[in-house]
Design a protein around this ligand. Structure first.
Ligand code: IMP
Ligand code: MG
Length: 337
């Protein structure tokens, strides 16, 4: 495994949480890092329970991995302590001393801001805290007494682990087209969401990376405002059974069919080495719950094969249901042992 990055190729909500959950349970990396902040919700269904993470790595589910929040992330104390309690994972957590801390005034600032309203921000205070960080007035983790027990140097921990040959999984948040630099500006989030930015948030150089798994859903969704090519009307989305509710805000997600142009661009900009396709069962109902390639309906297999040809990157993981183990894992077949 070495160093694996999970990143999103559309507008967030591609199913990174499900893929991260599968890899956390299947591969048991020694270290799992979660970048980004509380505006991004990662959902994993495991043992008939639905876990929604806004700060902790989804690997909090596995009772094994060391859990790290890096210098580039932004923490909200209430969210953090709730998730720690829910997963009983306090003894495994490390927080970089330079991680940022969101305060209630950041949420208030966003609620008063017309631009944030206009772009359909999740209003979690993330952008306002980021602005404060740029102005050098954000509180950081080392100065917050509640975080003292967890303080560490994440960049050094991760680099040393990699030098020892341990496995590290980094969970990116959101998707390429919400990137502050590469997305549909100004309808974007407050950070770059590409694989390079994920590395930078943690403090790892690009030559340390082994695999970059780009997660794409079998259709496209977007919450908030901004362009969405070939958006379906609500009626059409209903008719096709494509209805989703956002994890953090509870808003209905806007829906479009799979977009090959966006997918190709996301492969390029993230230098993806593997692609994970989620929710194949929504596109092909008979794919539901399948765990082997040979059990997939023919038309679903053809869809995946054609897509793989177009993207020029192996499709190694396929999601066929909500549970983290509703996954077809082709890594061994396509990449070798
Ligand atoms: P903000 O980052 O909360 O200010 O939101 C800015 C834009 O990014 C809005 O359109 C949000 O809906 C969108 N956004 C931010 N985080 C996520 C996410 O994790 N999933 C999907 N959309 C997101
Ligand atoms: Mg989400």
């Amino acid at each position: 495994m070495g160093l694996v990055i999970i990143c999103g190729g559309f507008f967030g909500d591609e199913g990174k949480g499900k893929i991260a959950g599968y890899l956390a349970l299947r591969d048991k990396p020694e270290i799992a890092v979660r970048t980004g902040s509380v505006n991004a919700g990662h959902t994993a269904v495991y043992n008939n329970k639905r876990f929604k993470f806004r700060l902790l790595p989804v690997a909090a589910l596995n009772n094994y991995s060391r859990l790290l929040l890096p210098a580039g992330c932004l923490i909200r104390l209430d969210v953090l302590f709730k998730e720690l309690e829910l997963t009983n994972s306090k003894d495994r957590l490390g927080i970089d001393r330079q991680a940022g801390v969101i305060e209630s005034r950041h949420v208030e600032m966003e609620k008063r801001d017309a631009i944030m309203k206009g772009i359909g921000s999740t209003m979690q205070g993330v952008g306002a805290a980021m602005a404060d960080r740029v102005m050098r007035r954000l509180r950081i983790a080392r100065d917050v007494s509640e975080l003292k027990p967890f303080i560490t140097d994440v960049a050094i921990e991760v680099n040393e682990a990699l030098n020892k040959g341990l496995n590290v999984m980094i969970e990116g948040t959101q998707g390429l087209f919400l990137s502050l630099y590469h997305g549909t500006y100004p309808f974007v989030t407050s950070r770059d969401t590409s694989a390079s930015a994920i590395l930078s948030e943690v403090g790892i150089g690009p030559k340390k990376v082994d695999e970059i798994i780009l997660v794409l859903k079998s259709y496209v969704t977007r919450v908030g405002s901004g362009p969405l090519p070939d958006e379906l009307s609500e009626e059409e989305a209903n008719r096709r059974g494509l209805v989703e509710i956002a994890t953090v805000t509870g808003r209905r997600r806007r829906i479009a069919l799979f977009n090959i142009e966006l997918a190709k661009r996301a492969v390029i900009i993230n230098s993806a080495t593997q692609v994970a396709i989620t929710k194949l069962d929504i596109l092909f109902r008979e794919a539901a719950g399948k765990k082997h390639w040979s059990d997939l309906p023919l038309e679903a297999r053809k869809w995946i094969e054609d897509l793989e040809d177009e993207l020029g990157v192996p499709i190694t993981l396929i999601g066929t249901g909500e549970d983290v183990y509703d996954t077809i894992d082709l890594r061994h077949d396509k990449l070798g042992p």
